[in-house]
Design a protein. Structure first.
Length: 255
């Protein structure tokens, strides 16, 4: 299986954090080639630190978030010999242990063209874009080229989510492709009572059920949980579960 991963990165302090290096190394175990694209002003030394793992490093202006970064890289790499295209980003910690390799092995038996680790019912059903895999039938299609040709550098996150994260799922479904999730949203309960009282919408397992995701074998945990924790969850059990799966908690704490 020949896989190409494109990693979209942003850091407000123009650094490649240790957790990002960990993620890239994990991708390299499963992907023949890893391409890095960033909207941060990375120094020459930061860029050089990527060379052991990344075949290409692209820098671009800070507009359009991850979809614009993925488009930038897709315009500069060939997918001719690629069986699976992986799109991921710096919004997650991981992979944990060998769970990414296990995810690829598990999904190998699923008859689909595009898959993600999780899907969500937040706003509408969609594959969550922090980790997406396009098989050859999808990435070699005219529909794939048409989708990316229409990706524009929108300025707000909400515009990008509605147009491209949700839009990608609906576009590929309407184009006749089969989409699947490693851990379907329907297998998770509604958000906890406290989260609902604070205005949480239904259906985002990465925010409301991160511990259950780890227990089911998810390779990733969202950075947002530790950075924002908008719903005031007790993260001690999640940290313990990540450590039990071999993840260095110093990567969360920024050391």
């Amino acid at each position: 299986m020949r896989r190409l991963a494109i990693f979209a990165h942003f850091d407000p302090n123009d650094r490649v954090r240790p957790y990002v290096h960990h993620h890239l190394a994990g991708l390299k175990r499963s992907c023949e080639r890893v391409v890095f694209v960033s909207t941060s002003a990375l120094s020459a030394s930061e860029q050089a630190s990527l060379s052991p793992v990344c075949s290409d490093v692209f820098l671009r202006e800070n507009v359009g978030l991850d979809f614009a970064m993925w488009k930038h890289a897709l315009e500069r790499v060939s997918l001719d010999e690629v069986d699976e295209l992986v799109l991921t980003n710096s919004s997650v910690y991981g992979p944990l242990g060998d769970q990414l390799e296990r995810a690829f092995a598990s999904m190998a038996g699923v008859d689909c063209d595009v898959w993600g680790v999780t899907d969500s019912m937040d706003m509408d059903w969609h594959l969550q874009s922090y980790f997406l895999v396009f098989r050859r039938a999808a990435h070699a299609s005219e529909a794939f080229r048409r989708f990316w040709a229409h990706v524009l550098p929108m300025k707000t996150k909400s515009q990008i989510i509605r147009s491209y994260e949700l839009g990608l799922t609906s576009f590929f479904v309407e184009s006749g492709f089969r989409l699947a999730s490693l851990m379907p949203y329907g297998t998770f309960p509604p958000p906890p009572t406290l989260a609902r009282l604070r205005g949480a919408r239904r259906g985002n397992p990465t925010i409301f059920h991160p511990l259950e995701l780890l227990e089911r074998g998810s390779p990733y945990v969202k950075v947002e949980l530790f950075r924002d924790n908008r719903f005031g969850f007790d993260l001690s059990a999640l940290r313990a579960a990540m450590a039990a799966r071999g993840f260095d908690l110093a990567l969360i704490d920024g050391r």
